[in-house]
Design a protein around this ligand. Sequence first.
Ligand code: HEC
Length: 200
Amino acid sequence: MDPKVPREPGRTLGPERRLRGLVDQEPDDLSPERGVLGDLGNRLGPKGRFLVAAAVIGAAITGGSLAYERYTTTAVTGVSHTNPALVGLGHSLYDQNCGYCHGIDLAGQPGWDGSFPDGNRPAVPLDGRGPIARLSDRDLFDLIKYGGQPFSPPSYKNNMPGYDSSLADADIWAILSYVKSKWSEETLARQRELAEQSGS
Ligand code: HEC
């Protein structure tokens, strides 16, 4: 702007001053070709425009697939260890909530099969190495939702925490789907057998 001509508020600008840049333009002057986005596009150049477009498309795909994963798994009311979306969601939830005690590889804490007369058993393996097949899907669900204590004698201190307040039911089913996706055919069959026998 010419420093000798002070700009007065409300004064109409001459055509040559209108071209000086966005700051001097009245809103009416923002024609589509010279609009904010057009100007940004010109400054970025073709490569910049491509990168911005790629970033926007990438973010849309990521957001979309996460939303889709959530959408397809919120209505879940049981284990489906062959459903990749459910197993994928369960995998991240397991790593965040359970891996700390049960191990990222589900192998449990060292010494889990020792004798612990006073309770305080370490976290047991969830990969089928321990006697986990004795528990039906519903038993497993309840154990995770309410913790181990309600299912133990009062004299026994069970250190498995409950997730009632921090995980939705669908999240717990997703975690179990992930856990069972790590079981051998043998463990899966054993659990089915025992569940049929006990009628659960
Ligand atoms: C603070 C450590 C800790 C965390 C975190 C934890 N657990 Fe446990 N969990 C244990 C312990 C300890 C036991 C064994 C309790 C006992 O038998 O005395 C156990 C037992 C279990 C059992 C019973 C297995 C069996 O064969 O008896 C299941 C299933 C289980 N946990 C699943 C989970 C899942 C799923 C998560 C994550 C949502 C989780 N746990 C988080 C400590 C933990």
